[in-house]
Design a protein around this ligand. Structure first.
Ligand SMILES: [Fe+2]
Ligand SMILES: [Fe+2]
Length: 258
């Protein structure tokens, strides 16, 4: 079983790279999961973009702290089961933090969990306890489980990898938009990477036009951020799972230049 995970899709350049990549390579994967928190001009998601991503072969869309940036999402998050937000929001918050999606032939299910970190982030509830609470319901359905851990601090992400080792198929990190060089299969069989990196323009500051970010750092004044254009890469990870156990056999970081 082969899963493709695509890192934070940033704006139009990120969406174009995703569509192009999937047109050519979609057939290689049993499941494709993408983080879409920055897909609409860097801020959130629209219905049309969610629709396009699902039509291009994506089975589930994860998000993060930018999930609510485009208010349109409140119109469709409840009715779009493939779209999830961090599970460690207070229970009354709209949407869901877990989804179970089926393969095209309906024979295989993949559980997808989205959690956000607590360090240098908004106030979320404890993601470690959240994972413990979520796992039994998914494990009752499928051994194939992917966790997108959307967090800033490397330490918190690595700790989550160890906490989840042997209990989920893969822990993939998102949010920093910078790929890390630490992809590995942990001793109990969980594929892990601290951050897969963004899918978007790398001649930028994590996706935003460099001149605008520099202006903010130099003047300390607020400025409007716009998505950059150049040096676009699709970044993610290919994860191979053992069909019998659901544990990972291999994880290979993917960086495709456009
Ligand atoms: Fe992001
Ligand atoms: Fe984020």
């Amino acid at each position: 079983m082969k899963i493709l995970f695509i890192g934070d899709i940033v704006g139009n350049p990120g969406r174009a790279a995703t569509t192009q990549f999937l047109q050519a390579h979609q057939d290689k994967y049993d499941f494709i999961v993408a983080n879409g928190e920055n897909a609409a001009g860097g801020k959130g998601l629209t219905f049309e973009i969610v629709d396009q991503l699902l039509a291009s072969g994506v089975s589930a869309i994860t998000t993060g702290n930018h999930v609510w940036d485009n208010k349109e999402i409140f119109n469709f998050i409840e009715t779009t089961p493939q779209l999830i937000r961090p599970a460690n929001y207070p229970t009354e918050v709209t949407g869901r933090g877990v989804t179970i999606v089926s393969s095209d032939d309906g024979q295989t299910q993949l559980g997808v969990i989205n959690l956000a970190g607590q360090l240098f982030m908004n106030s979320y509830t404890n993601p470690f306890h959240a994972l413990d609470a979520i796992l039994p319901e998914i494990k009752a359905v499928t051994p194939y489980i992917l966790l997108d851990f959307h967090a800033e601090a490397t330490s918190e992400k690595i700790a989550m990898g160890w906490h989840a080792d042997g209990r989920v198929s893969a822990v993939v990190g998102t949010h920093t938009h910078v790929p890390t060089a630490d992809a590995r299969v942990l001793p109990q069989g969980t594929a892990y990477i601290t951050d897969v990196g963004m899918t978007g323009p790398y001649d930028s500051v994590i996706g935003v036009r460099t001149d605008l970010v520099l202006e903010r750092f130099l003047t300390m004044m607020p400025s409007r951020f716009t998505v950059a254009k150049d040096n676009v890469k699709l970044c993610g990870a290919e994860i191979e799972l053992d069909d019998a156990t659901g544990m990972a056999v291999n994880i290979v970081p993917l960086q495709h230049q456009y």
